[in-house]
Every structure is written in C-alpha cells, then in structure tokens.
Design a protein around this ligand. Structure first.
Ligand code: TXA
Ligand code: MG
Length: 321
C-alpha cells in the first residue's frame, strides 16, 4: 500500500503547487501545501466551498505544533500525546505560518496529525503542513475510498493516492482550545469520552460557534435521496408509512429490523465504530440505487455513535435545493 515512488510524486506535486487526494484514517482529503496560497485557493475552487470556511492543516508530528500555534496550552499537549497520530483536530491561536487563505482570516488554526501511513509518509517527506478538507464537493458525503474521490472530483485533481478504505470512516473530532474552556466543535472519529478522560473533566459540544465550521451547517453530508431518521424499533413502521405514499424506500440499518422482504437494506451495524466505518459508503450505495427516501436507523449515542447520529441528522435536515 505504501509505494515510495508514489509518495515521492505526491510530494513533488505538492511542492509545485498541485492539489492531490490523500487517504487519511478518517476520510480522503483534498490536499495542498498549506503555505502555497494559490494551491489552497484551488482547493476551495475544486470543492466549491466558500473561501471563508477554514481548512485543517495536517502536520507530520506533534513537534510541529509550536510553529503553527503561538500558544500551546497543556490541554493541547496532553491530547496530542494521547491521540496523535489520530482522528483529532485541535483549534489553537495561529502563528503567521497559518495564512488567511487557510484560516479564512480567523486568528485560529485547526491542526491535526493523521494516522494513515500514506498521509504520514507524504507529510514527513514534505516536512511541512498540508491543508486538506474532505475530498468531496461542498455539502456532499465525504469520500472513504479512492473510487469515491474519482467519482466526485474526476480529473479536477492532479493525483489520487489510493490508500484503501478509511479505517475510521467519519471526519476527525474538532476540539477548540483557542479560548477559555475546551469545547467540541464537531463530534467525530475520536469519542468525546476519550477526550474527557485525558483532560479529566467534561467537555461540552458547542454547536453554535463564532467560527465557521462548514460541517456544522444543518444540511451537510447530504445524499440525493431524502433521509428520515428512526430508532431501530421504529424502522418498519416508517417504511410502511412512506411506501403508502408511493415512495421508493431504502433502509440504512442493522440486521433484524423485521422489514418486508422486498425493501432493500444497506447494512449499517449497530455497533457504533462499525457503523462509522461504513456509513458514507452505504449512503453512497443506497443513493446510487435511486431511492426517493432512505430510512436511517440511529446507533446508540455513545462512542462514535455520537458522530454517526450527528452526520445522519445533518443528512436528514431540510435542504435549500
Ligand atoms: O477528518 C478530517 O478532519 C478530514 C480529513 C481529510 O483530515 N478533514 C475534514 O476537513 O473533515 P473539512 O474541511 O471537511 O472540515 C474541517 C472542519 C471544517 O468544518 C472547518 O470549518 C473546521 O474544520 N475548521 C477549520 N479551521 C478552523 C478554525 N480555525 N476554527 C474552527 N473550525 C475550523
Ligand atoms: Mg468536509
């Protein structure tokens, strides 16, 4: 999986201002050299993302923290030591190395060290920061395989590195350490319980943030089909009601839901980490089948189940179009 020649090519492209798709353990990223403003602008253009929405800077290791963050509180050091490389992003006051193009002009920067061997190899060889949002068009479901990236972005990217399916499957957990008490801006691939255990206190989820977190817009992560949420025991009744209205219905959920035989079910296990791993792939598979509505079963709200429920709720939110 780790092809040194491809890593070398990727690093060359990043150095020359290219934009590449990079596998991480959470989702695939659309990567540019964070210090190359033109390349960063191209990332926004390819995604169709508003330029005021800041990007995460990916680093080769925690030892780079202080060249991107001008204050590194103990809480940041503790979390970095415990969870990097891994699915955790820290928001900290920036140094000038984090440009306006990356931060959307904010005084903070989001930093993370990804755990995927291909991403780490590229970052270590580059020796600098890589700005990378998820490699999907703005508002759509994030890619967890190289094939998803090719389907979404086609020839708009200079290179797609294939690192296999992402092991975590949902985006990183974002923790704001830039002012006052720590807060979670986006639940993700690291459980809140784990963050709280290391910090030794409760960490609230701050949904309404003064910073712009596009993953926190209501109708994000949206498939084409409508999405209706259900607790597993409600799924069969929801399906019956929607079918009675003449809709083509699919189900995202675990085995044992007592559904009619002719209702397509896309397996999302009950166990939260397993659900996170396959969620985006199943949403894409179900969407490709042309259903009008997907009934999505919610996993329990513990561990990665919080992130899965969050993404499904956003997929189910009312949309403009
Ligand atoms: O797992 C992940 O985090 C993936 C992989 C590729 O690393 N990346 C990802 O990037 O999800 P993106 O751009 O789709 O989401 C990054 C989130 C956005 O919601 C953005 O607003 C937020 O991070 N963010 C970036 N900089 C921030 C800052 N200074 N303050 C608050 N939020 C920030
Ligand atoms: Mg995204």
């Amino acid at each position: 999986m780790l092809n040194p020649e491809l890593v070398e090519r990727a690093v060359e492209m990043l150095r020359r201002g290219g934009v590449i798709a990079l596998p991480t353990e959470t989702v695939y990223g659309l990567a540019a050299n964070a210090e190359d403003e033109l390349a960063v602008r191209r990332v926004f253009a390819i995604k169709g993302r508003p330029a005021t929405h800041p990007l995460i800077v990916h680093l080769p290791g925690a030892e780079h923290l202080s060249s991107w963050a001008r204050e590194v509180p103990d809480s940041a050091r503790l979390l970095a030591a415990a969870f990097w490389p891994g699915p955790l992003t820290l928001v900290l006051p920036r140094t000038p190395r984090a440009t306006d193009a990356v931060t959307g002009g904010q005084d903070t920067v989001a930093l993370r060290v990804p755990a995927h061997p291909v991403a780490l190899a590229v970052l270590q060889r580059l020796g600098g920061g890589v700005a990378a949002p998820s490699a999907n068009r703005f508002g759509r479901v994030s890619p967890t395989t190289a094939e998803h990236v090719r389907q979404d972005l086609g020839t708009d990217v200079d290179l797609v590195l294939d690192g296999g399916p992402c092991a975590v499957g949902v985006e990183s957990t974002i923790v704001d350490l830039s002012s006052g008490a720590p807060a979670i801006l986006r639940p993700g691939g690291l459980a809140t319980e784990d963050v709280e255990r290391v910090l030794g206190h409760a960490v609230p989820v701050r949904a309404e943030s003064k910073v712009r977190v596009s993953g926190s817009l209501a109708s994000h992560y949206a498939p084409r089909a409508g999405v209706v949420l259900a607790e597993p025991h409600e799924a069969a009744a929801r399906v019956a009601a929607l079918r009675a209205r003449g809709l083509r219905v699919g189900v995202l959920g675990p085995q044992g839901l007592a559904l009619p035989d002719d209702v397509p079910r896309f397996d999302v296990p009950e166990e939260p980490a397993g659900a996170a791993r396959v969620l985006y792939t199943r949403l894409r598979e179900a969407d490709a089948r042309g259903h009008d509505v997907l009934v999505a079963c919610l996993p329990s709200a513990s561990g990665l189940g919080v992130a899965v429920r969050d993404r499904l709720s956003r997929a189910a939110a009312p949309r403009d179009s």
